[in-house]
Design a protein. Structure first.
Length: 420
């Protein structure tokens, strides 16, 4: 290792590309190991310097996220006769997914990786940024292979709505059709690249074969879609279908993708079960109790008719009602003990006979007048409505028609008394 004039020491080179170099580094302060992405200010191309400055600015603006490589700072260093512009990043020794792709043999592992990647992209998009270069090379393995982190924001840009043609950013074989055509680059474009990356994770090679201009023509101007390998589950195939729509308006957002069953079952593939037991509205019920009539229960009808007979008896008597237990056990008034003993009506025939009984016209010698009769009618009507409502709620289809007719007959009975 060579000594630096700064607070850290540069170690061995662990990566090299068109952007510059990536090296291991050790802090002089606490001995912590991290990664340093650098460009030689004297020899680098303007595009390399601009890319590094762009990445520094983007990472500084983003809030920390568990599935995005952590930004640790930036500086300039003088090493012998060379000056470097440096970006300090979290060090992940297990490398990128592209070099580990042959180890992804289980769909469960693929689910975990894709969930991490979609979560990271959703965070990026929510913060007004488009990554623009999603591919396996820019996805780093973390935590012993149990998760991944999104890296390399050199091509990223702040989210805008361009009204003119754009300069495409990223790697051609992962670009969305609209990006290849120079029309648009936004979150939807990242979702297309995500789909291509998932295929790359499955096959170990890009979703499109590299045939130069012919490949770009197929991506941008044909109706073709990347080939989804055989053997993947239906959930995975459907997930890829949501990503790889040539019409960007039909692609799912990252928030929607996180709710896709392929990712919802990434911990337990049995956890996502569609049931019909919780309808969203009344029309969702398939076997509703209101679609078919229940079997006619004669005993229930008789007990309800008995209750109606008691109400009709109130129309011909006055006095105090005593409530006991769950029903009416006795009504005392200006009636004989014999009639009081006949209070229970076990059959519909006896109930109808009571309903057809007309009250006698009386005068001031202890009997009711027409006005008193109608006052009692109002009370009885309210009680009838209450009982009918309870009965209808309990069994709306079987009994509604019957009790409506009974109610009309009682009202007609009292109306006839008033006319007389």
């Amino acid at each position: 290792m060579e000594k630096q004039s700064s607070s850290w020491i540069r170690g061995s080179c662990i990566g090299r590309g068109c952007f510059g170099t990536v090296s291991k580094a050790v802090s002089k302060i606490d001995g912590g190991v991290f990664a340093v992405k650098s460009v030689d200010l004297a020899t680098c191309l303007p595009s390399q310097s601009e890319s590094l400055e762009n990445e520094i600015a983007i990472l500084r603006s983003l809030r920390a996220h568990p599935h995005i490589v952590r930004f640790l700072g930036d500086d300039m260093s003088n090493e012998r006769t060379t000056s470097f512009r440096n970006l300090h990043l979290e060090y992940l020794p297990e490398g990128d997914v592209a070099t580990n792709v042959g180890k992804i043999v289980e769909e469960e592992t693929l689910r975990r990786y894709v969930w991490c990647l979609v979560s990271a992209l959703g965070h990026v998009h929510a913060n007004g940024v488009v990554h623009c270069d999603v591919k396996s090379k820019n996805v780093l393995v973390a935590n012993g292979g149990t998760s991944v982190k999104l890296a390399d924001f050199g091509s990223a840009m702040e989210l805008e709505k361009p009204t003119v043609e754009i300069s495409p950013r990223g790697s051609p074989l992962w670009m969305a059709p609209e990006v290849v055509r120079g029309e648009y680059q936004g979150p939807e474009s990242d979702v297309w690249s995500l789909g291509c990356t998932v295929i790359e994770m499955l096959t170990g090679k890009p979703a499109w074969e590299d045939h130069g201009f012919d490949s770009l023509s197929r991506i941008g101007f044909s109706n073709e879609l990347p080939f989804i390998p055989a053997g993947v589950s239906e959930l995975c195939r459907d997930f890829l279908d949501r990503c790889l729509r040539r019409d960007r308006s039909q692609r799912w957002s990252c928030d929607q993708l996180l709710e896709h069953p392929f990712l919802l079952c990434q911990e337990d593939h049995h956890s996502f079960v569609i049931t019909e037991s919780s309808p969203r509205c009344v029309l969702d019920w398939v076997n509703s109790e209101f679609e078919e009539e229940e079997e006619f229960d004669e005993s229930r009808v008789e007990s309800m008719v008995s209750a109606m007979a008691r109400i009709s008896k109130l129309a011909t008597t006055t006095g105090e009602t005593i409530w006991e237990s769950n029903g009416w056990t006795e009504v005392r008034g200006n009636v004989s003990e014999e009639s009081g003993a006949q209070w229970e009506y076990p059959s519909s025939t006896r109930a109808e006979s009571e309903l057809n009984t007309s009250p006698e016209s009386t005068d001031d010698s202890g009997t009711r007048t027409v006005n008193e009769d109608w006052e009692l009618t109002s009370v009885i009507t309210c009680e009838i409505l209450l009982v009918v409502l309870l009965l209808v709620v309990e069994n709306i289809q079987i009994y509604a028609t019957f009790y409506t007719s009974v109610f009309i007959r009682i009202l007609f009975h009292f109306k006839s008394n008033e006319i007389e």
